[in-house]
Design a protein around this ligand. Structure first.
Ligand code: FES
Length: 188
């Protein structure tokens, strides 16, 4: 009989209720699936990093200067292909790497530029009077206990070479910004 069709829920406007439950169920399912996917994704990313660690930054030996152009007590600021500014100082006459130092000119405190003071035999950061010894170790001021980044050097046929990252070396960069030439010779 027509009076009984649909029952009390239909009569009270409850017809859509099953659809709403279906919708809520589907939404909960999707949310759970998304959460699981995100969780597994994070796990997969962590596992990937463990199994395939990031490749080390590629480095190359680049020409810096003829030893004759850098007298004892002198220094020069050299810019690496990745933009890092490096202070190269000569402390002794001998034509060997130990006579030189190559340290980042970026202060580890807040990033100001340090410079070599040959008379005082130290690197100085004018921003907050930071002082570093010739080995780049912070001895006074805020950077005390910190250190300037150090770069390896080698001498070959009275030419000075430095090993630096070349990650951002562009195709046209056979030379760095300061005119350094790529070292195409053998390595030490
Ligand atoms: S930035 Fe060099 S001492 Fe502060």
């Amino acid at each position: 009989m027509a009076d009984h069709e649909g029952g009390p829920e239909a009569a009270a406007g409850g017809g859509p209720e099953p659809d709403r439950r279906t919708f809520l169920g589907a939404a909960a399912g999707l949310t759970m699936a998304g959460g699981l996917a995100a969780g597994y994704g994070a796990f997969a990313a962590a596992a990937g990093r463990y199994l395939y660690p990031a490749r080390r930054q590629r480095k190359e030996w680049l020409f810096v200067a003829d030893l004759g152009s850098l007298p004892v007590g002198g220094s020069m600021t050299w810019t690496a292909p990745d933009g890092a500014r490096i202070v190269i100082a000569r402390r002794a006459e001998a034509a060997e790497p130990a006579s030189f130092s190559a340290l980042s000119s970026t202060c580890p405190h807040l990033g100001c530029q340090v410079h070599w003071e040959s008379v005082k035999g130290r690197f100085f950061c004018p921003c907050h009077n930071g002082v570093f010894d010739p080995e780049g170790r912070g001895t006074e001021g805020p950077p005390k206990g910190m250190a300037l980044a150090r770069y390896p050097l080698r001498v070959e046929r009275r030419l000075l070479f430095i090993e630096v990252p070349v990650q951002r070396l562009s195709a046209d960069a056979g030379a760095g910004r300061d005119g350094c030439l790529r070292d195409r010779g053998g390595r030490a």
